[in-house]
Design a protein around this ligand. Sequence first.
Ligand SMILES: Cc1cc2nc3c(=O)[nH]c(=O)nc-3n(C[C@H](O)[C@H](O)[C@H](O)COP(=O)(O)OP(=O)(O)OC[C@H]3O[C@@H](n4cnc5c(N)ncnc54)[C@H](O)[C@@H]3O)c2cc1C
Length: 434
Amino acid sequence: MYNSPQRCDDNKTGGAPTLVVDVAVIGGGPAGIMAAIAAADEGADVLLCEQLPRIGVKLQATGGGRCNITNTLPNDEFMERFGRFGRYAQPALTRFGQDTLREFLQSIRVSTHAPDGLHVFPVTHQASTVVQALATHLHAKGIRIHCGARPRRLTLKQGSLVGIETKTSSFRSRHVVIATGGRSHVALGATGDGYELARQAGHTITDTWPAMVPLITAQTWPARCRADTVPKAEISVDLPGMRKCRGVGDLIFTRTGLAGPVVLDFSRHIPPLLREYGTVPLRLCLTGTPHADTWHSRLQFGQREEPGTPVAHYLKRTMAPSLAEVMCELTPLPGHTPLGQLARAPRRMLAEVLAQTPIDVTDTGGFGKAMITRGGVTLKEVAPETLQSKYLPGLFFAGEVLDLDGPCGGFNLQWAFASGYLAGQCAGRQSMEK
Ligand SMILES: Cc1cc2nc3c(=O)[nH]c(=O)nc-3n(C[C@H](O)[C@H](O)[C@H](O)COP(=O)(O)OP(=O)(O)OC[C@H]3O[C@@H](n4cnc5c(N)ncnc54)[C@H](O)[C@@H]3O)c2cc1C
């Protein structure tokens, strides 16, 4: 019987200090696991190093433990959602796109489905199903797994890659895949080591920022609306030239500011702006009506039809009570003011706040709360067709360590698996040619 699939050891070496393998993979997340499998499929003897006691720790936490593993968008649309450099993913997705990933998962007995037609989950809705199946498959393929091993240096001999080194041991391999992820969520394995390893090979690392992260606001009123989720909220940056920077989706208020799917997706734009401006003013449409004129007419109608109704009471018919109170305060207007007593100027001001609520972002939740890292190993220094370094032959990259990130919705896991597959396959194939 298969025993504790996620516990790792090196049965083959008995802990010997120098092991020689065809391909060494650094990082036991989805990208590294897939790279190890793909390299082994090419016939390579593969070592997978993971610094944590278990592989797939972050994967196990994804999607709130449910693991939104990919989505059903066609490749073109999928890549578009990654922004300007999305096309970089094309060779990886062509080889290991959404359908291939799902077929692969099915082959290791993980059935998937897309309950809403878009977001794909394991049918168990448990990330642990995926992690355990992958661990079982790694073992079945005879891949050597070293947990608690943290290579932090490449071994170079006369400018050529010959292995990797941890503090206490070294491994010889002319083919190395760096799949160490980014900086976000240290407890889930983020070390940033991949950047140092890449630098050692001469690579440039672009600025790294926390992305998919809650936002902290100067105003404290969100704390009072914590119980409320606003569906289809619109969010935009209120800075010159930033009109196109907007998002729509569910918004959640937190003790310190804003969260929820729309904020997580939108947050990728914020850290560079915080660096430039210190504070980033946003406009939120929380009422489904983004035009002040529409609200103005509605309030006038209310004044005519029911002049005795308090403003806050009137607003509570179309929004959460806590939010209605906040809207009045922001005007500022006592919520108990009867509609009939609403003078022109405060009515106009209230209409504007209802249509576009101003709020200032002063910070993000940082790498501790970020789901992914924006930035990383510069794409132009890594060949997209193989994910091999253009500087150091034999060195490959996969997953979040590269400067490519997507929005919420299975994009980042699909990229991790697809890039892992491509890098592992190319590394494995190359190692078998020599
Ligand atoms: C809470 C949370 C929920 C998420 N939910 C989703 C979701 O539902 N869908 C989605 O698409 N994306 C989701 N993401 C993003 C997704 O998890 C990542 O994009 C993805 O895991 C990146 O894969 P990776 O293999 O590149 O890196 P990681 O998963 O971060 O794996 C890297 C591994 O490398 C190891 N490592 C680091 N340095 C070293 C070293 N020097 N030596 C050895 N090992 C090392 C780490 O311990 C880690 O295990 C979520 C992220 C978080 C934090």
